[in-house]
Design a protein around this ligand. Structure first.
Ligand code: PLP
Length: 407
């Protein structure tokens, strides 16, 4: 009988092995100068060889570089690496995760169209659907994270089935293949895979049409860049690119693209370690009587565990938990202020372990009743595991929990 922890470590190692070569080499051929490192091309415009070439380039008959808002070699090199890691035909880098999400919606929806989206998700995405899109005549039905709930909400004008799995911050799991299979009338299935990263989940294989990411997080991985990505079929990505990049100017700057590419070279290694740490911490915390509940799909008690086991390559590097007992918000605050190894900060997927209280920060723009209906408890704390030693992190959390609970 194989020990489940050893089996998980082996799974992570295999996934890291499968991705490692693309992480290092994809999109980064050695150029004519022989420089091993890809150059950062900052130029906003590019010289044409002839008037004829310029006219052909504008007609789309020549792939000469033209202008930075239309495309850039450093960004293109990152996009090639991203597509290889995601297993996509094509990828498009954007200025941020929100630029990718809003861009996909605005490129594919028009007045009168309808979207199905989850109740529990990143608050700014929720705000896009709840507050901003209705001004353009695009409506959204919010549903629980089951494939049945999505299927029931589809109408004749549904254009997008929007999924965030695992969801921020409660780690809800949605069955992507289940949703894709049940929508033969073919609204687009768009998955925000930020929490999983392509290390832990590849939604295109499950039937999704597009994957969006905040590259600010695990993909870049060092907390030093804001960026987003869209990946999928070439034709669909090109169509979205026209709107998001050329039309709205939501391109990723070349320097940021280079930083993400550099971060991606160690992506498989970083994720292997961070996912292992998250599973270890989730197990340790769930056995602690001072903790009421731990949310991480690796736990067999997690309601999405079976679906996660089927659709994910790993369970991801983020978990959340609630302290047991009353005064959860006040004691959570003490816990955050007692951390010495982990850092109290928003964002996630960093080399540093980041801990945050979503209700008063990342999810504070969600009305309290909407937040509670989505299962995001007032005292919930989110932990994004970084690359520190798992024992150091556990000791740190243990001490901070003791300071918060007096036990
Ligand atoms: N999607 C998820 C799940 C997120 O957590 C975030 C940000 O935290 C975003 C999208 C937005 O990404 P960005 O901050 O890069 O715009």
């Amino acid at each position: 009988m194989i020990d489940p922890e050893e089996a998980y470590d082996l799974l992570l190692r295999r996934r890291a092995d499968a991705l490692a070569t693309a992480c290092v080499h994809a999109g980064e051929p050695i150029d004519a100068s022989g420089a091993l490192d890809s150059p950062i091309v900052l130029s906003s415009a590019f010289a044409f060889e002839s008037a004829d070439q310029a006219a052909r380039a504008f007609r789309g008959e020549d792939d000469a570089w033209i202008y930075g808002r239309w495309g850039n070699p450093t960004v293109a090199s990152l996009e090639e690496k991203l597509a290889a890691i995601e297993g996509a035909e094509a990828a498009c880098a954007t200025a941020s995760g929100m630029a990718a999400i809003a861009g996909v919606v605005l490129a594919t929806c028009a007045t009168g169209d309808h979207i199905v989206a989850p109740q529990a998700m990143y608050a700014e995405s929720a705000r896009l659907f709840r507050e901003r899109l209705p001004k353009l005549g695009i409506s959204t039905t919010f549903v629980s994270d089951t494939a049945d709930a999505y299927a029931r909400a589809v109408t004749a004008s549904t254009r997008i089935l929007y999924v965030e799995t695992p969801s921020n911050p409660r780690l809800g799991i949605t069955d992507v293949a289940g949703i894709a299979l049940r929508s033969p009338s073919r609204p687009l299935v768009v998955v925000d895979g930020t929490f999983a990263t392509p290390f832990a989940q590849t939604p295109l294989v499950l039937g999704a049409d597009l994957v969006v990411h905040s590259m600010t997080k695990g993909l870049s991985g060092h907390g030093d860049v804001i960026g987003g990505a869209i990946a999928g079929r070439r034709e669909l990505v090109s169509c979205v690119r026209e709107t998001v990049i050329k039309g709205f100017g939501g391109m990723l700057p070349p320097l940021s693209a280079w930083l993400v590419s550099r971060g991606l070279r160690t992506f498989a290694l970083r994720q292997e370690r961070a996912c292992a740490t998250a599973a270890t911490l989730a197990k340790q915390l769930s056995a602690d009587p001072r903790i009421a509940v731990v949310h991480h799909p690796s736990l067999t008690t997690h309601p999405g565990h079976a679906v996660a086991r089927k659709q994910m390559h790993a369970y991801g590097s983020i978990l959340s938990f609630e302290l047991a007992g009353d005064r959860a918000v006040e004691r959570g605050r003490t816990l955050l202020e007692s951390l010495r190894v982990a850092t109290h900060a928003v964002s996630l997927g960093d080399v540093r372990t980041l801990v945050v209280h979503p209700a008063s920060t990342t999810h504070s723009t969600m009305p309290a009743e909407t937040r509670r209906a989505a299962g995001i408890a007032d005292g919930l704390l989110r932990v994004s595991c970084g690359l520190e030693g798992a024992d150091d992190l556990f000791d740190d959390l243990d001490r901070a929990i003791a300071a918060a609970t007096g036990a």
